[in-house]
Design a protein around this ligand. Structure first.
Ligand SMILES: Cc1cc2nc3c(=O)[nH]c(=O)nc-3n(C[C@H](O)[C@H](O)[C@H](O)COP(=O)(O)OP(=O)(O)OC[C@H]3O[C@@H](n4cnc5c(N)ncnc54)[C@H](O)[C@@H]3O)c2cc1C
Length: 473
């Protein structure tokens, strides 16, 4: 039975906020409650579309005083569905997307609900960027707080490595700042520990000269040669300079105009690459990536960084059911490659979208000291991400299982730790599987200090050490 809120109570909240409050009987309620992953269908009691930090303060205080569950929504791309809840309050930050670039200081400040499309457009106007998502509709909020792996990760580190300062509304409704100079423990925890500690209403990120033209794009290979392509990709990228970030994706070719018609709906191995330095210097470095097997189509070349950041948006629009699961791995022996290619062979065909990614990590990300941030695992040179996506939620279960089995088969080649941002479900055992024990213990200390009642629990939840009966499910 949900918590019943009186009209007068809601009206008081409404009168106090600059943004808006959406109730279940409002015409835009279904729109307001919908998140990216259609497998998650929840009915919050209220959605507060916050427009200012003060709105967030009011919404947090309201949820706390009414004893309501509370979810925070940035870009709404949590695959586990953490940006919504049943019978509680959703604090929706999606109108807080102002980006201010200080080009001379190479920094930008962005509202807590900013998406990568907005951020990248603002920073690229100055020829600057920071490590961002592969899909431009993803939010900076959850992305940065969980870590942030993108096309610039080897050149410029994780997104959280570029976080310089955050404005945070904590569980008591206070507005605080976290940076190397203030609340260092909170600042440490925000860089990898997710949304456990408060609502980040704005974040300041370091920028780097990137583009506007980079050498980037994708090369499609015949899926029947997946094992050879993955093994050769591993070998040619092993000593790659930091400017080069790549991933290999075993999947099925969509019926897209840039793929020869005879390859539509056929299995393919796709290399995605970004050379973040001078495109002319990158030519010889990326050359070996062009001959890993039978090329279906080579679309790797000079392109605007902004186009690269949107290149794979179309197959990842909101509205389908999705599941992701991941593992950091240390090595990729031939037997692992064979296993991976077997999972690819067994994967479903379109309209089910099944993808097996291996991201090449290392570079700048690996040079940050292990305990410097709460991010899971910096030493592993690879992370595998197994993705299943179906047009209807009812179809998802067997493909989700396929993804879980693929992950399990690969997790043995390293720490096997989950990456919180690529984890399609919550639960204490999943969160503990994401962090080394000493990192989890330290996260718990910060949780105890900033959110001992676990008000912020719709996330990869770190439980306060005093224990709480409150969980997100
Ligand atoms: C299509 C797609 C592509 C992706 N690509 C990548 C990728 O390239 N690299 C990568 O590393 N990850 C990627 N991810 C994973 C992504 O980083 C996580 O899903 C991330 O949590 C999304 O952040 P969000 O703000 O969009 O999501 P939301 O669902 O809004 O939030 C996710 C979590 O963060 C919390 N949160 C969000 N904003 C704030 C805030 N301002 N303050 C406090 N808490 C907040 C929420 O409460 C929730 O717990 C991708 C996910 C999808 C669905």
């Amino acid at each position: 039975m949900g918590h019943v809120l009186g009209d007068a109570t809601i009206a008081e909240l409404e009168a106090g906020v600059t943004g808006s409050v959406v109730r279940p009987d409002d015409a835009d309620y279904d729109d307001a409650r919908r998140i990216w992953n259609a497998a998650i269908d929840r009915r919050p009691a209220l959605v507060v579309r916050a427009a200012t930090t003060d709105d967030v303060v009011r919404a947090v205080r309201f949820a706390a005083s009414e004893g309501l569950p509370m979810a925070v929504r940035g870009g709404s791309h949590s695959v586990a569905g953490f940006s919504t809840c049943d019978d509680g309050i959703v604090i929706d930050l999606s109108t807080m997307q102002a980006v201010n670039v200080d080009a001379s200081a190479r920094r930008a400040t962005a509202g807590g609900g900013t998406t990568w499309a907005i951020f990248d457009a603002a920073t690229q106007a100055h020829g600057l960027a920071t490590t961002g998502g592969l899909i431009s509709s993803t939010g900076l909020g959850g992305f940065t707080l969980g870590g942030g792996i993108g096309h610039l990760v080897r050149a410029h580190g994780l997104t959280c490595d570029n976080l310089l300062r955050a404005e945070v509304v904590t569980a008591d409704g206070a507005v605080t700042s976290a940076s190397p100079d203030s609340n260092q423990d909170l600042f440490w925890a925000l860089r990898g520990g997710g949304g456990n500690f408060g609502v980040v209403t704005s974040m300041e990120l370091a920028l780097h000269p990137v583009g506007p033209t980079v050498l980037g794009g994708v090369i499609f290979y015949a899926g029947s040669e997946a094992a050879e392509v993955v093994a050769r990709w591993r070998d040619v990228t092993a000593d790659a300079p930091d400017e080069l970030t790549t991933l290999v994706n075993l999947t099925t070719a969509p019926p897209a105009p840039f793929i020869p018609a005879e390859w539509h709906f056929k299995k393919v191995a796709v290399i995605a690459a970004c050379w973040a330095g001078d495109p002319a210097e990158g030519g010889p470095v990326v050359k070996p990536l062009r001959s890993l097997g039978t090329v279906v189509n080579d679309l790797l070349g000079p392109m605007p960084y902004l186009d690269l950041q949107k290149l794979v948006d179309p197959p990842w629009e909101a509205g389908a059911a999705n599941y992701f699961t991941s593992a950091f791995i240390d090595r990729l022996p031939d037997e692992a490659v064979t296993t991976w290619a077997d999972f690819h062979r067994r994967s479903a065909d379109l309209p089910v979208q099944a993808e097996l990614h291996i991201h090449h990590l290392g570079g700048a990300m690996a040079r940050v000291a292990p305990g410097a941030t709460a991010f899971t695992d910096r030493s592993s040179p690879y992370i595998v991400n197994c993705l299943a996506r179906t047009p209807e939620p009812a179809m998802l279960a067997p493909h989700r299982q396929w993804a879980i089995e693929a992950r399990e088969a690969m997790a043995v080649y390293g720490s096997g730790r989950l990456y919180v941002n690529f984890t399609g479900e919550g639960g204490e055992e999943k969160v503990k599987a994401a962090y080394p024990p000493e990192v989890y213990a330290r996260l718990q200390q910060v949780k105890d200090r900033f959110d001992p009642q676990n008000l912020f629990r719709y996330n990869q939840n770190v439980q306060p050490s005093g224990g709480t009966q409150k969980s997100a499910s």
